[in-house]
Design a protein around this ligand. Structure first.
Ligand code: SF4
Length: 237
């Protein structure tokens, strides 16, 4: 399966509360009118400028093992290295909000409109995560339609640069996925162009394979412990 997906505004425009939280407004506090106004303006810009597109391509466990090796700079042990060999299905993915959003953020910063630039930047980051969630749901739906999903199958995604998968893994991922087809290219630094893009692998398999302890050596430097919530969510679904 190799497939390109588009996304509707309902899928990619984040809730104002999520953007305000990302900007430091506490969950139980109302934003002041100026901040709330900036958020509304940023979301309007995002909806008008975004060209969200995602690309998904399945590959075998053996092919993913080669992609994961990349330049050989991964952590000695990592969740993905232990989970992927037990996956039922694997799919590389890349998605982007498109260049116009990134360009507007840069032009706002260049013009000194830092408040709106930062709000649009936060909205775009939230939006990219929403698109990743939506792409994952689309993959689950496609698996369901082709009989590749049973009641126990759960999906979780991983990206180079996180959880022991070295950022240089982007090179092998891009060589296998070829996301230039949807306008995403890789800089020498392994950052993606446009900047508001996400790449990685979606792992589909029994819920139990996704559960792991957060005691890898690199976890000591992890502030978010984001895997805990993600694992809880998929195991409860
Ligand atoms: S604790 Fe952080 S670094 Fe460790 S696996 Fe979870 S998300 Fe990754």
């Amino acid at each position: 399966m190799r497939k390109v997906f588009g996304f509707t505004a309902a899928e990619f425009v984040p809730a104002p509360e999520a953007v305000l939280r990302a900007q430091g407004v506490k969950r139980d506090r109302a934003a002041d009118p100026r901040t709330a106004g900036l958020c509304t303006e940023a979301l309007g810009l995002l909806e008008g400028l975004a060209r969200p597109t995602g690309l998904l391509q399945e590959l075998s466990r053996a092919d993913f093992a080669a992609v994961y090796c990349g330049e050989g700079r991964n952590a000695e042990r990592s969740p993905l290295a232990e989970i992927a060999p037990r996956a039922e299905r694997l799919a590389l993915f890349a998605l982007t909000l498109g260049a116009p959003v990134t360009e507007r953020i840069a032009s706002l910063f260049a013009a000194g409109d830092f408040a709106l630039a930062a709000m649009l930047d936060a909205a775009a980051s939230e939006s990219a995560e929403l698109i990743a969630d939506s792409l994952q749901r689309n993959y689950a739906r496609a698996l369901g339609e082709t009989g590749g999903l049973n009641g126990q199958t759960r999906l979780l995604r991983y990206s180079p640069g996180y959880c022991g998968w070295h950022l240089s893994g982007q090179g092998a991922l891009f060589a296998a996925l070829r996301p230039a087809a949807i306008g995403i290219t890789l800089r020498e630094s392994y950052l993606m162009e446009p900047l508001k893009s996400i790449s990685g692998v979606i792992v589909a398999g029994p819920g139990a394979i996704h559960s792991f302890a957060d005691d890898y050596p690199f976890c000591a430097d992890c502030d978010t412990r984001g895997c805990r919530q993600r694992i809880r969510t998929i195991l409860q679904s």
